[in-house]
Design a protein around this ligand. Sequence first.
Ligand SMILES: [Zn+2]
Ligand SMILES: [Zn+2]
Length: 342
Amino acid sequence: MEVNPRAGRPSSASLRAGVLRSIALWFDTGAAAADGDAAMSRTTPAPAAAACQRIDWLRVLPFVGVHAGCLAVLAVGFSWVALGTAVLLYALRMFAITGFYHRYFAHRAFRASRPVQFAFALLGASSAQRGPLWWASHHRHHHAHSDTSDDPHSPRRHGFLWSHTGWFLAREAFATRMERVPDLACFPELRFLDRFDLLAPLVLGILLFSAGELLAHLSPGLQTSGSQLLVWGFFISTVALYHATFCINSLSHCFGTRRYETCDDSRNNLWLALLTFGEGWHNNHHHFPGAARQGFHWWEVDLTYLGLRALAALGAITGLKQAPAELLAARRSARTPAGART
Ligand SMILES: [Zn+2]
Ligand SMILES: [Zn+2]
């Protein structure tokens, strides 16, 4: 960064360039590579300890804006169709995040054809949790370094708030860890979703607004509107989805029971499992990350696994991996090499 020698501070030209770059990154996460910013374009971010301090507030304004957008509910009001849309989109996108972003892209717990893979990547991307490569790469890194100082969202190491909603706002966490997802990076359509990660949420917002306007015109008795469906279907539903997902990084490493003595603080928690369609069986998951099913017993509700079973019955996916019987019975889990823990 260019520095004004008199003041010892960044020059105004340098600050202006930084502002423009942050705004460009809202629309194109590959913009950093184009302008030669080594800090943003490298594939391996700095160690988490160094990364933990700097939040790029301008870069993360869209994330803040999604939260602020919920306040518009005071202006647009309530309707049952708006609430139903929010719940439906929460359920569909939660399934895309847990079933595909997590169990498929991060852990390869089953096989899917290229069109199915893309369809659920697109649905997952509409959750505004970045692209599938970014999500999977950082999650694989979490499993390789769970609750060590190199785990970017360990509540033990970095505190609850940072693990819940701070780590991904830091500049060093913006880049996709490409070295962790070579098996995914070979698909140009996935790289496109990852690079232009604003597109899917934007299209969802436009569709919701258009549908609301259409309903207001065709069926005024429903008492909805374009702006109301946008606020409930996108802003409120997405914020609920955000924090349910983030709970797995934070609460699932703090509260619950430990069936298996894994080398981290992962817990099983029924309430989180209900909220996240099965992700709350996080101690089970850290014990055997490669399984498509995270609720290892019949009483451990895992709605995502039921959804995956339904997709398998329809022939859309195949090869759902199960945890081996001897691992289910084991109480102890040795720390396995980084590459084997995804
Ligand atoms: Zn974890
Ligand atoms: Zn995982």
